[in-house]
Write a protein that binds this ligand. Structure first.
Ligand code: NI
Length: 185
């Protein structure tokens, strides 16, 4: 089932998300809905706050980026209560976007390599090292769980340059091909 994607300006995107409890009802159904929602919007990652749920849960499928970034080939992960335990000092700066900020693209610096612990949708524990663009996607999604969005990382000047676009997103007038929920609508 495709869920509406909550847009920039909505308070749920600014809350620190809660841990997913082990007995969370219908977790697998929620995960399936999040994948449907992400694929429908042609995104490569989606965090639960973006569907209005303040939960530490995210889905990623970066396979479509595989041609430009080989580390993304087959990179599909469901992460419950993820925790980035290590970040490389080396950072990479690349363009980023977000389904909650349609039409906004800005360069963001992220660690080139991370080590992360998380549970999958069966609540099995995992720990892995992730590199390159896949690491970028994971860091972007984890940031949503802290109540941050990617443009929090850009300069005040760059933010100012995007003010018109951001205001349209808040007003609910930004052009968007998928189902959304703007704060003012
Ligand atoms: Ni995002």
């Amino acid at each position: 089932m495709i869920l509406p994607i909550y847009l920039y300006g909505h308070p749920v995107l600014r809350k620190e998300a809660e841990e997913v409890p082990a007995d969370y009802p219908q977790l697998k159904q929620l995960v399936a809905n999040m994948y449907d929602t992400m694929y429908n919007a042609e995104g490569v990652g989606l965090a639960a706050p973006q569907v209005g749920l303040s939960l530490r849960l995210l889905v990623i499928d970066a396979d479509v980026m595989g041609e430009d970034f080989p580390e993304c080939k087959g990179f599909k992960r469901t992460m419950v209560n993820p925790d980035i335990v290590e970040r490389s000092e080396e950072e990479i700066t690349l363009d980023e976007g977000c389904l909650s900020l349609p039409g906004v693209h800005e360069k963001v610096s992220r660690a080139a390599k991370i080590r992360i612990k998380y549970l999958d949708e069966n609540l099995t524990e995992h720990e892995e090292v992730i590199e390159g663009f896949a690491a970028r996607v994971v860091q972007h999604e984890c940031e949503h769980l802290e109540g941050h969005v990617f443009i929090d990382n850009i300069s005040a000047i760059r933010r100012q340059l995007n003010k018109g676009k951001l205001n349209n997103i808040i007003k609910g007038t930004a052009r968007c091909l998928y189902r959304t929920k703007a704060v003012s609508k």
